[in-house]
Ligand binder design. Structure first.
Ligand code: S3P
Length: 173
């Protein structure tokens, strides 16, 4: 287990996927989207996985996808918002790379996401309440797992990516 990835963690809508793409291209590393890895492994969308396998089935696939990165070329990895729930994942993130927490408020996350249909945990009539409740339950896990925290409120993905790229360079020096 020697891969040194850069992991972007944080709530849904914090910009992990977009920022990962920009950072990966800036530092010349592959961009990995953990949700896409899970979808490829399961042969179904995240939304379908929640319906057909339930959240436990999705979380098991999420852990397997993260563990598989131990032998992958070091990349910039956008993690799903719930990756920090499993303590084994928190240990793996630390072991395999630099962990960057993209902080966002529940209100800004929801505004950025717009249509929540592809986010099973926020879909439905009470998305705002679900976002507030989930984020407050997870904030301490994100903070405890992070090596670096970046506040994304009011910033463009390009601005956030510049801060993340700088943090990566600092960590390497
Ligand atoms: C989840 C976040 C999603 C996806 C799944 C569960 C979560 O990823 O993994 O819907 O528990 O926060 P994004 O954070 O990329 O939306």
């Amino acid at each position: 287990m020697s891969a040194r990835h850069v992991f972007l963690i944080g709530f849904m809508g914090s910009g992990k996927t977009t920022v990962a793409r920009i950072v990966a291209s800036a530092i010349g590393r592959p961009c990995v989207d953990l949700d896409e890895e899970i979808e490829r492994a399961l042969g179904m969308s995240v939304a379908d996985a929640f319906v057909r396998l339930g959240e436990p089935g999705f979380r098991a696939a999420e852990h397997d996808a993260l563990a598989a990165l131990a032998t992958a070329e070091p990349g910039v990895v956008a993690c799903g918002g719930g990756v920090v729930i499993d303590p084994r994942n928190r240990a793996l993130l630390h072991e395999l790379g630099l962990v960057v927490y993209l902080e966002v408020s529940a209100a800004e996350a929801l505004a950025r996401i717009g249509d929540t249909a592809s986010r099973p945990l926020l879909a439905g009539s009470s998305g705002a309440l679900a976002a507030t409740t989930l984020l407050s339950a997870r904030e301490s896990l994100y903070a405890a797992t992070a090596d670096v925290r970046v506040d994304t409120s009011g910033s463009t993905p390009e601005e956030v990516a510049a801060v993340v790229t700088h943090a990566i360079q600092e960590a390497a020096s």
